[in-house]
Design a protein. Structure first.
Length: 115
């Protein structure tokens, strides 16, 4: 199982970024996929998740209305579109899935929101 994130970077407040997570090594289309984020000294927190077919999504209250999670099962990718970014969105963002009892994380991608 491999999860590889991309798309992070430096953006000004109010700006947008799209994160991508490329998955391989498992049957991507049958598993829930999630995005988490973590800042130094804090626990990793769930940002959003999406059902296997993409019909159901869930968001942290702090990002509702600004972030959108979606997936392309044919490409084995999950995305996080982030709009109206705020400095408090600054974090390392991780792609995540759980297969049976095993948890899999990507290496993370840094998002920095600063003027």
């Amino acid at each position: 199982v491999q999860l590889v994130e991309s798309g992070g970077g430096l953006v000004q407040p109010g700006g947008s970024l799209r994160l991508s997570c490329a998955a391989s090594g498992f049957s991507f289309s049958i598993y829930i996929m999630s995005w988490y984020r973590q800042t130094p000294g804090k626990e990793r927190e769930l940002v959003a998740d999406i059902s296997s077919a993409g019909g159901s999504t869930n968001y942290a209250d702090s990002v509702k209305g600004r972030f959108t999670i979606y997936r392309d099962n044919a490409k084995k990718k999950v995305y996080l579109q982030m709009n109206s970014l705020k400095p408090e969105d600054t974090a390392v963002y991780y792609c995540y899935t759980r297969i049976s009892r095993l948890k899999y994380w990507g290496q993370g991608t840094q998002v920095t929101v600063s003027s």
